[in-house]
Ligand binder design. Sequence first.
Ligand code: URA
Length: 262
Amino acid sequence: MDIASIALLRWYLEAGVDEVVGETPVNNYLTFKKKKNISSLKENCNRSFQHTKKSIDSILSIPNTASALAAQCTTLESLRAAVTGFDGCTLRTNAANTVFADGTPTAPVMVIGEAPGVEEDRQGLPFVGPSGHLLDKMLESIGLERHRNCYMTNVVPWRPPGNRKPTPVEVSIVLPFLERHITLAAPKILLLVGGLAASAVLPGHEGIMKVRGKWFEYSVGLTRPIPAIATFHPAYLLRSPAQKRLAWHDLLALESRLNQIL
Ligand code: URA
């Protein structure tokens, strides 16, 4: 492949294009322009209005569907099946796998990240790519290991195309599953990694810079609240290693609270 083609592919990737949907490009604009007659224009408008209305109606009804499904789940395995079978979130369409969880479901610490990346999507497991490797090392530094005393999941179980951030609508659609996930796993402590996990689990507390390193109580659907602490996302720490110092403080706070509880 020549240099110009590689540069073009790289440019596509940076612009978020990471799926090939067909061999031949289709200029839908030209096809549309050929339809000069007014009645077909009207028909098109009407069809697209109905389509938009249907999408809005389904978006508005999906949170209930997810929460109704989640409420019926009494085990982590039934919740995994419900999430895997859920078709109310368009992110699922492009994902190779549903990424539900990894680690020890009975662990005292539940780690919640943002959404799967490329490697997580390929393997169907959370935090198995470069940021996951850093997260494993961070946890190990305070005696936590995913296959011994740690359980991991994400706010969103499907990889957003091009690794973009999940939108607030996408988060609100799947949030009932995460809430049920926390209830069923019943950890002693929640570790929220990154701003999106922090704002999804602790609504009203915006901004990772403000919330990190502080203790909050998470109580949705619980009789006894769970202490929750947020820290920087490992992907951010890979880009900004100087912030590892603050993340280390957050981990020490987690270790000391855990020692008090256990
Ligand atoms: N980033 C996340 O937030 N979660 C993963 O599982 C991987 C990367």
